[in-house]
Design a protein around this ligand. Structure first.
Ligand SMILES: [Mn+2]
Length: 477
């Protein structure tokens, strides 16, 4: 397959996410990528997981489109497909693909193991790594392999949780994988010493990598550290799962994610593509080849959309996929003219409008509903509004215990007692009488309820003086 001294050229595709919803994007991008890989003379194709987006029925056009593409690729090169995330690629999904190789085979890696490519044939290890006896047998039967793959498909945390205990399952995954990669590293060193290229293929999260939304993944529950991956001693380590292309290099060995083949979600940053790997023992490079992934434009407003700004965005958004998001208070939701926004982007491929309406939550007296009795509620209200509670509490208990007549009598008794005191300061009060008399007139003319007294029985001579108290003092204070 390879001429002496020629580098191995590998087309590495990942996260194809074929599904009815993604079919157009996935097939345009994967179609472009594999045709480019064929034209570039790639020797081997690798799909590092998430070929499908979710469980697909056999009659789904997306499944046959994917099968057709893989079949197309195998006319030119052997293909290794790795099991990805179970929710995207339910176990067993890839089994069918073993049957669709044309001139070259499709090899499905769905367990942790090593596999050698010898004259276009895949020869797997029985256990997790090639045993010395297997290596000897392989040499005897097939000669020197072109490349040896170390395959680490998605691991089932549930199985690990049963073995390691639920609490430590998350970090145990990382520990177990690190141990495995180190063991594989010892075997890979032997292959390298014999001049055989080594490639790792896996699907998972590298601690410290960056997602397609620009978020760094940092934590202890991620599958790999970058150091553990380099410990596998592979010339090339081909990763899937993270949709953003990125790579790391150490001593001419490279670990890389090609990212997803297309742009399946709004807000994904970075170019999309596949990786063209050029691999010689001790010298590896990975180069991204861009796919014609759709272009998205995302505009977010904290408040109603700014139509002038949107008009500016729209001028540049023909044939692009546009998402406009805004956040408004409930009372302002009518301010947004969806039709006008749609009209602005009539030349765009898609306009997605996402409104986030903040419900009007008015807390007039927080915690008042939790108070059990009326006095407690009143006390809470006084606390919240900064009103002195004692006089109100007295009035409330009066309302709760006395009838209307008794209350009136009591109030009047209190008022006459005050009026005696007030007369002593008559000169001051006289001013108040002048200004307040007209108001007093309306007060005294007011009719009370039928069962109450017709008029406030206040002696005419006192009424003006009383009026001063009623109106200058806070009745409820
Ligand atoms: Mn994925």
């Amino acid at each position: 397959m390879l001429k002496e001294g020629e580098s191995l050229l590998v087309g590495h595709f990942s996260d194809l996410h074929y599904s009815p919803g993604n079919l157009v994007e996935a097939d345009r991008c994967f179609g472009f990528a594999l045709e480019n890989a064929i034209a570039s003379g790639c020797h081997v194709g690798v799909v590092s997981g998430d070929s499908t987006d979710h469980r697909l029925d056999a009659h789904t056009p997306a499944l046959s489109a994917l099968a057709r593409r893989i079949h197309q690729l195998t006319a030119y090169m052997p293909v290794l497909m790795l099991q990805g995330t179970f929710s995207h690629e339910p176990p067993g999904t890839l089994d069918l693909f073993r049957l669709i190789g044309s001139r070259h085979p499709v090899y499905v890696a769905d367990r942790i193991h090593q596999v050698a490519l010898c004259a276009g044939q895949f020869v797997p290890s029985d256990g997790p790594v090639f045993a010395p006896a297997e290596i000897d047998a392989l040499h005897a039967q097939h000669g020197m392999p072109e490349v040896v793959f170390t395959c680490v498909p998605t691991v089932n945390k549930a199985v690990l949780a049963a073995a390691a205990g639920i609490a430590s399952a998350a970090t145990a995954v990382g520990d177990h994988l690190a141990n495995y990669l180190a063991a594989a590293g010892a075997v890979n060193r032997q292959w390298r010493a014999q001049g055989v290229r080594t490639i790792g293929v896996s699907h998972g999260t590298v601690n410290g990598c960056q997602t397609e939304h620009g978020v760094p993944m940092a934590g202890f529950d991620h599958e790999f550290t970058i150091g553990a991956l380099f410990d596998a001693e592979c010339d090339a380590f081909m990763l899937g799962h993270i949709h953003r292309a990125q790579q790391w290099e150490r001593e001419c060995r490279v670990v890389a994610y090609p990212g997803s083949i297309g742009r399946f979600h709004y807000g994904e940053i970075g170019a999309k593509g596949y990786l063209q790997w050029q691999i010689s023992v001790g010298q590896t490079t990975a180069t991204q080849v861009r796919t014609p992934a759709r272009e998205t434009v995302c505009v977010d407003f904290d408040g109603p959309p700014d139509m002038a700004k949107l008009a500016g965005v729209a001028a540049d958004a023909a044939d692009r996929f546009v998402r406009v998001r805004w956040t408004v208070n409930e009372e302002h939701r009518q301010l947004v003219d969806r039709d006008a926004i749609q009209a602005l982007f009539s030349a765009s491929a898609e306009v997605k409008l996402e409104a986030r309406v903040l419900p009007a939550v008015r807390s007039r007296a927080e915690g008042i509903s939790r108070a059990a009795t009326l006095p407690e509620k009143l006390g809470r209200w006084c606390e919240l509004t900064g009103v002195e509670a004692d006089p109100l509490m007295d009035s409330l208990s009066m309302l709760m215990t006395l009838d209307a007549q008794s209350i009136v009598d009591q109030v009047l008794a209190g008022l006459s007692a005050q009026s005696v005191r007030k007369e002593i300061e008559a000169s001051d009060v006289a001013v108040s009488i002048q200004t307040t008399t007209p108001v007093m007139a309306t007060l005294t003319d007011m009719k009370l309820d039928d069962d109450g007294p017709e008029d406030l029985a206040i002696p005419a001579t006192d009424s003006a003086v009383l009026a001063a108290d009623w109106l200058t003092d806070d009745l409820f204070a």
